[in-house]
Design a protein around this ligand. Sequence first.
Ligand code: MG
Length: 252
Amino acid sequence: MILLKSPTEFELMRHPGKIVGGAHRKVREAVRPGITTQELDQLVEDFIREQGGEPAFKGYRGFPASVCASVNEEVVHGIPGPRALQEGDIVGVDIGVKAGGFYSDAAQTIAVGAVSPEARALLDVTRGALLAGIEQAHVGNRMGDISHAVQKYVESRGFSVVRTLVGHGIGRSMHEDPQVPNFGKPKKGPELKVGMALAIEPMVNIGGHEVEVLDDAWTVVTADGSLSAHFEHTVAILENGPEILTNGAVPE
Ligand code: MG
């Protein structure tokens, strides 16, 4: 069941969205060779709590941290730890916040120092695919228009979209209906309506789209070991078009 949000509820959702955006800005400033993913996690948790929010991922189905930190061939759901980032790595950081009874969720993938041209292209394409998807998030379209825009953007540039993980509705729960796949056909799927809040989140691989889960039961990696990137915004569908609720989470 898709839960539509009232203007008052969207007003409440702007608060956790703002915290998520601010936390991502902090992370971008902090990422450098030598920093550990655990240090990034601590910085984000402190910021979220200072701002009056709660880290939504911590304890979610037993997840032990406030951020997911996914390095290189890790797609999503990486667990922060003592791993120090190295020049040339890319690190995907996913942050969820609950505040005032509502959730917000966003992700970005960051270059650690100078990265290869191929890694740079992957980051640009994945971010571009997110923006292409958001452009379609308006009344009169269907979910398939978002999905298709993301898929077309990515595949026309020679990369692949992950199929087994999808975006989602969001509100009083972190994951609500409907699913927001990163592949699909235009004019198919649920109609987009005023009041929908969607977490749109392309996950893009340089190689094939297949993924596997590591023995830690969380970390998703590419099956072929190729690099992967992830960008995500929480978006409100309003009469006049989409409003990004997590501004700042993705570099302008
Ligand atoms: Mg999400």
